[in-house]
Design a protein around this ligand. Structure first.
Ligand code: ZN
Length: 438
């Protein structure tokens, strides 16, 4: 029998050509039909995603000398889409040399990944969500010793591994952590419960002479594009560009700055928070450019955490869409173990107060460059703002769903203004805040 083209296979699914199919080909049609493939190479980990109209049944194993990862997909035949996968490996990929696809037997596709190094793989499937169909996700992490060696100053790799093994809570605290964190800011004039040892007899709060640490969090990334504008601009790319500019300005102020991601990579929300906590950040700022169903919605907004509810319908809607990032980006564990600890609650109440002050300072600066969505800091239950001990805000730079604001977001001039305003607002806040003792 001649080889069937993809077109005739597609026709076959309508029944018109069934008569020409052998039972063997029909049997193969029962399994996964791969409709899309992607590879996201990054230093922290490389992800390969296969998408199918039906759930993907799989097995995998590793081979040594040379290092390979073999994935067998059950009940399936190769097709054009899958064959293209091999071409998607980039020379700069830190983990993959090449990908080969073959029909191992009539019911099994075999994918062989030739690797540049020994990896620590996580292979898992995800049910359909948002615009995605059934996904098979293959995450290639470095081995733990390599991760530790490579990231002496940046714990991202180790945190990602802890997260993928369910060791990090949704608020970024670790499962092993039993004690409450220290409140970030002490002895502000409006702080009702100063710690006596940190309160000198004069009643004046002591200014701690150390470099403030800022964690900049560009939203989304990799498999999670965030919102997409009418002309196709992706939120994940805009906010990474703005985040890098914010870092540059803050570095110029002499602060110590870090980014939760500096590549087109998906980082779970809990890992972003855990990274900020592990680097003892004094401020966490998450940068977004989201969408609303109504394209006329516009303006800049600043948000803080309210774990118990939302201060407006818009804030509630935004938190819901932001918290969906983990499901869209794809995580093996939700990490959603609730930390219910009164000490944490007390710390968090003080932290939220500081977050609102930080948010107000940033909002004041942003109001000079764009229309504000609202004149005050809105609050909702944002997962990425849950660090119990770090003042955290989410900046909605503009609505990417609004054609006019999408144009602004694509301009370098607006991005720079935005970055300068966010950085100035953080500086304003830090000029009055007293940093925690460490
Ligand atoms: Zn967003």
């Amino acid at each position: 029998m001649p080889t069937l083209s993809r077109r005739s296979l597609l026709l076959a699914s309508t029944g018109t050509l069934l008569i020409t199919l052998t039972p063997r080909v029909r049997a193969a049609k029962i399994g996964a039909d791969i409709v899309s493939t992607r590879i996201w190479p990054a230093n922290a980990y490389t992800r390969m995603t296969l998408e199918s109209t039906t759930p993907i049944q799989f097995k995998y194993f590793q081979l040594k000398n040379p290092d390979r990862l073999v994935i067998d997909i059950q009940g399936s035949a190769t097709n054009q889409v899958l064959q293209e996968l091999g071409k998607k490996v980039l020379p700069r990929d830190p983990y993959i040399t090449s990908v080969r696809i073959g029909q191992f037997n009539p019911e099994t596709i075999r994918i062989v990944m030739d690797l540049k190094t020994t990896v620590n793989p996580q292979v898992f499937s995800l049910a359909p969500v948002a615009n995605f169909k059934n996904r098979l996700v293959v995450d290639l992490y470095p081995t733990k010793s390599v991760a530790i060696e490579q990231e002496k100053n940046d714990p991202l790799m180790a945190l990602l591994q802890d997260y993928s093994h369910g060791k990090i809570n949704s608020d970024g605290t670790s499962q092993a952590q039993a004690t409450a964190p220290t409140p970030p800011v002490v002895n502000r004039p409006d702080n009702k419960t100063p710690t006596p040892s940190q309160n000198p007899p004069s009643g004046k709060p002591p200014k701690l002479n150390r470099q403030p640490v800022i964690m900049i969090d560009p939203g989304h990334g990799g498999e999670d594009p965030g919102a997409t504008g009418p002309s196709g601009l992706h939120e994940k790319n805009v906010v990474l560009a703005i985040g890098r500019l914010v870092k540059k300005v803050l570095d110029g102020y002499g602060y110590k700055t870090y980014m939760t991601r500096n590549e087109d990579i998906f980082i779970p929300l809990g890992v972003r928070v855990a990274k900020a906590r592990s680097l003892k950040a004094d401020v966490f700022v998450s940068i977004h450019a989201d969408a609303f169903t109504n394209p006329s919605a516009k303006g800049t907004g600043v948000y803080a955490l309210n774990p118990k509810g939302a201060t407006s319908a818009a804030a509630k809607y935004l938190a819901k869409t932001q918290n969906a990032a983990d499901a869209i980006g794809g995580v093996i564990y939700s990490g959603d173990k609730n930390v219910n600890n009164t000490l944490f609650d007390l710390t968090q109440t003080a932290t939220i107060k500081d977050s609102l002050k930080l948010g107000k300072d940033v909002l004041n600066r942003l109001g000079k460059i764009n229309t504000l969505h609202k004149g005050s800091v809105d609050q909702a239950n944002f997962a990425v703002l849950k660090a119990p001990d770090i003042p955290s805000i989410l900046v909605e730079t503009a609505f990417i769903s609004n054609p006019g604001e999408e144009r602004l977001l694509s301009s370098n001039d607006f991005r720079l203004k935005m970055a300068n305003s966010i950085a100035s607002g953080i500086k304003d806040y830090l000029s009055t805040a007293v940093l925690a003792r460490r």
